[in-house]
Design a protein around this ligand. Structure first.
Ligand SMILES: [Zn+2]
Length: 258
């Protein structure tokens, strides 16, 4: 078995780990391409340069034509808004994607781009959310449920269940539409230039260092002001790893249901 490689000098190959959804009947094909089996999480994974992820697009693009693979960090973005029901100022959160590998198109002709630190002077952060809590890695889901008033509730607006923020005080569902679409959303960076710095300075960002790259089926909002979160926001690191030697949380830890 090969050890994972990290950069120690310029020019060395940097291999990262990516877990794939490989159906049982396709395991030999994945294996032939270099995938290995992790018996603990019962998943196939690859250790590969990010440029080579696209070779595995058969599995990466199985359920989507537009895959986002988060690298380095995933985020929680926290703001406050006035509850529509009780009028108090309640916390609301979104998720956030920073650097990522973007793989898209048809599986016969997949395209990719590696999005990292390309905006000077700062890295961008993109607001994200899910309607279904199953799309959040279990360890992160547990953290946000323990620390915020988020849960799956019934939304009259959409006439069904959705994962959403609820008021810290009265429990009223806050809806998800505001996350991206309302001009006075406490989390969106899509505001006029003169208000941007002041608004973003009130946003708290928790950056979670991740060991393995993560394909995440999250709804992501892109805005030209997305550099402003990390430039003006209150950033802190949130360590979900339980390994005292490594603050970067692994896939195994994130997807452990214990
Ligand atoms: Zn309330």
């Amino acid at each position: 078995m090969f050890a994972r490689q990290f950069v120690t000098w310029i020019g060395e190959i940097i291999e990262m780990r990516l877990y794939l959804n490989v159906p049982y009947e396709e395991k030999d094909e994945a294996k032939a391409l270099g995938a290995r089996w992790n018996a603990k999480v019962k998943k196939w994974y690859i250790d590969a340069e990010r440029e080579k992820y696209v070779r595995f697009s058969k599995w990466i693009l199985r359920d989507t034509d537009d895959a986002v693979i988060a690298t380095e960090y995933i985020h929680i973005i926290e703001g406050r808004q006035k509850c529509w029901k009780c009028g108090r100022s309640t916390r609301v959160i979104g998720l956030g994607i920073g650097e990522f590998v973007h793989i898209y198109g048809e599986t016969e002709d997949p395209q990719y781009e590696i999005v990292e630190d390309y905006v000077n002077p700062g890295e961008e952060l993109h607001l994200a959310w899910v309607e279904n809590e199953e799309d959040i890695p279990p360890r992160l889901l547990r953290y946000i449920k323990e620390n915020y008033s988020v849960k799956t509730g019934y939304s009259k607006t959409i006439g069904g269940k959705c994962f959403a923020n609820h008021c810290d005080y009265c429990g009223a569902l806050q809806g998800n539409w505001f996350l991206f679409n309302e001009p006075d959303s406490p989390l969106s960076s899509c505001v006029d230039g003169d208000k941007l710095a002041e608004k973003m300075s009130r946003v708290k960002i928790k950056g979670i260092p991740i060991e393995d790259d993560l394909q995440l089926d999250w709804n992501i909002g892109f805005c030209s002001n997305d550099y402003a979160y990390l430039k003006y926001g209150q950033f802190e690191e949130l360590v979900l790893s339980t390994d005292p030697e490594n603050e970067y949380v692994t896939y195994e830890e994130l997807y452990s249901r214990r």
